[in-house]
Ligand binder design. Structure first.
Ligand code: NDP
Length: 628
């Protein structure tokens, strides 16, 4: 829709000069409203007789009658339009009419008019104009005393900002839709794009913006060039497409239309190595690329996710306010979004978040298994047990939903009992296991939770195994629920310690300068692993650069909790339970508190069969022995 810009203010304020300059910049025609006065009005003004309202209506109507000719390109109109009612008269439905008000004080204008020659307006009428003026409160309001170039610059910047969107988003799938509604709800103007597949996916974004009232001011596009051109500079484009080749495809389609300094954010679950590559490639072209971890699922994306952006601090300066506006809030009301570090760190942090999540889920599943199959608790008793734990230090989002899951029925039957015991995975668990091994972090709990899902998928083999061995899972009479609860919490602490150790080592390996306490803080709300424990970890990691298990506040808890963990592992494994993450957490803990390990035997074996040499406790250097 074309726009008519009405540059208004009292006589002598500079409407004509500025109006012409604006029209020239925008390459649209300029008109002076005075040229449309009926002759009777011109005569009156020349004789110094003030115009009345009844003189102005025919004049304003003559201007509106010109709109038919102006509507293709739009126009700039210099017009006093001092009263609200005059400006209302200039508005029509089929065109946008925007006001640019040049505000000035009486004295400065009087001086200007007095200095003018050959102008038919009588400066004595100025006071009546100021008396008549009803200054607009909306539109572009600017100080006419500013130097002309600066005034023009200000007006042009404001017009550009009003015409362009602050943020672009590509990919209107589950997450993209929710995130764009969240941005719009936070008064961020959006341009939205979804790929066009002729006959299959057409006008997805255009239709989407008409579906929700909060998107009234958002623009939908089916054409990538028009989408990019609709964004204010530097362009900020959020990708919410499937991780993998789709991200590269979209980047390639954007590139011809981007300029230096523009910023692309990838909000999908991309692999951090891909993100590092994209950061480097786009850097060569002067484009910033941020890997932005987003957690919280569809609902979190709409109501407030936890956001983990990584990339240059310079790019974050531009996008941070937008991301922080839509993020969840922590207990102190601060955004659960912070610049986590450089390069691909945002996606690495999100990947480790998912790794911790895998093990948290598996620990609940294992506790559920022990309670149900070895302690003979009913589903309602298990739900009540989880509810009780949730009232204490064990509280977490995952435990809350697990209590609801075991209570859920379908046709009067527990739903959990008809859900197939095969767990799927999308890859972030195994990615994090591989990434941790590459930097030498024993990722026991997380790796075991990935392996547990893999074993779960071997349903047919498990059923066969059961028939071959026919071993019943035994009741554990001597295990009380309080011990299971303590073991569960102890294993969780170990799992979190392993997750944060991975981040600590990755930060040093890749020089990302991750702030672990801040990462714990942005994980306290809006994400799947939010919990009371995570809130405690914020202070544990504050100014502490070591394994969480070695923090003075954690040592007493672990000293006490390890006994419960040992008992649960011993009794449950003895009774036939498969509880790999409970076991892995205990093995990690046992290994991490042994000053002397059995690795001397490994060293000796390696030297024996492969002459790999070994180091000694009693002297420095590398040694080799002829073993036989
Ligand atoms: P969806 O499958 O719902 O949406 C994917 C979007 O990507 C669609 O708009 C799709 O367009 C678009 N797309 C796919 N391939 C291409 C391509 N080659 N070119 C252009 N556009 C393409 O996925 P989600 O919204 O669930 O997830 C998006 C990303 O967010 C993923 O990386 C996911 O792992 C991550 N994520 C998901 C979470 C969730 O809870 N769902 C949570 C956090 C992150 P079209 O409609 O035309 O197919």
């Amino acid at each position: 829709m074309a726009t008519i810009y009405i540059v208004m203010g009292v006589s002598g304020v500079g409407k004509t000069t500025l109006g012409k300059a604006i029209a020239q910049k925008m390459n649209i025609p300029f008109y002076d409203a005075d040229d449309f006065h009926p002759q009777a009005n011109i005569d009156k003004m020349a004789s110094g007789i003030p115009l009345q309202d009844e003189d102005r209506w025919p004049w304003l109507d003559r201007i509106v009658n010109q709109y038919d000719q102006w509507q293709t390109k739009g126009a700039v109109l210099a017009c006093s339009a001092l009263k609200e009612s005059y400006r209302d008269r200039l508005k029509v439905d089929q065109l946008q009419v925007k006001t640019i008000y040049l505000s000035a004080n009486f004295e400065s204008i009087q001086q200007r008019l007095a200095a003018r020659k050959n102008h038919f307006f009588n400066p004595d009428l100025l006071q009546s104009q100021f008396d008549t003026l009803e200054a607009p409160t909306s539109g572009i309001i600017c100080d006419a005393s500013l130097q002309k170039d600066r005034l023009l610059q200000y007006i042009m910047n404001t017009i550009t900002a009003q015409n362009t969107s602050q943020l672009g988003l590509i990919g209107l799938g589950v997450m993209g839709k929710s995130l764009s509604r969240n941005f719009a709800n936070n008064h961020i103007s959006m341009s939205l794009f979804n790929r066009h597949v002729s006959g299959v996916e057409e006008d997805v974004a255009v239709n989407f913006v008409t579906s929700y009232p909060e998107l009234t001011n958002s623009k939908g596009f089916d054409d990538i060039e028009a989408f990019v051109k609709s964004l204010s500079l530097p362009r900020k484009i959020f990708l919410m497409v499937n991780a993998g080749p789709a991200v590269d495809t979209v980047i390639t389609s954007l590139e011809p239309y981007l300029s230096e300094g523009d910023i692309i954010m990838d909000g999908g679950n991309s692999h951090y190595v891909d993100t590092q590559r994209r950061v480097e490639v786009l850097k060569e072209k002067g484009i910033h690329f941020l890997g932005v971890g987003v957690s919280g699922g569809e609902e979190g994306a709409l109501k407030g996710p936890s956001i983990m952006p990584g990339g240059t601090a310079e790019a974050y300066e531009h996008v941070g306010p937008f991301l922080e506006a839509i993020a969840a809030r922590d207990a102190h009301g601060n955004a659960c979004c912070a610049h986590v570090g450089s390069g691909g760190s945002g996606h690495f942090v999100k990947m480790i978040h998912n790794g911790i999540e895998y093990a948290e889920m598996q620990l609940i599943a294992e506790a559920y298994d022990i309670l149900r199959n070895h302690c003979s608790l009913s589903l309602e008793q298990i739900a009540q047990t989880f509810d009780t734990w949730n009232e204490g230090a064990e509280n977490s989002y995952l435990l809350e939903i697990s209590a609801k899951i075991v209570r859920k029925t379908e046709n009067g039957q527990p739903l959990i009992d008809v859900i197939l015991d095969k767990a799927k995975q999308k890859g972030t668990g195994s990615w994090s296991t591989t990434a941790a091994l590459q930097i030498g972090v024993p990722f026991d709990t997380i790796a075991q939770s990935v392996l547990a899902r893999i074993i779960s998928s071997e349903k047919a083999q498990r059923v066969k195994g059961q028939s071959l061995y026919a071993i019943d899972r035994a009741e554990i009479h001597e295990l009380d629920i309080a011990t299971i609860r303590e073991a569960y919490q102890t294993a969780r602490i170990i799992n979190h310690a392993i997750g944060f150790e991975t981040l600590r080592k990755a930060s040093s390996e890749y020089e990302w300068d991750l702030h672990l306490s801040e990462i714990a803080r942005i994980w306290t709300n809006g994400c799947i692993i939010r919990s009371t424990l995570m809130e405690q970890i914020i202070s544990v990691l504050h100014g502490f650069d070591d394994n969480i298990l070695f923090h003075e506040s954690v040592i007493p808890e672990m000293t006490k909790g390890q006994a419960a963990l040992k008992k649960v592992v011993q009794d449950s494994v003895g009774a036939g339970a498969a509880i790999p993450v409970f076991c892995a957490s205990l093995s990690y803990f046992n290994a991490m508190i042994q000053g002397d390990s059995s690795a001397n035997m490994i060293q000796a074996q390696r030297d024996f069969f492969g002459a790999h040499t070994y180091e000694r406790k009693d002297k420095e250097g590398s040694f080799h022995t002829h073993w036989e």
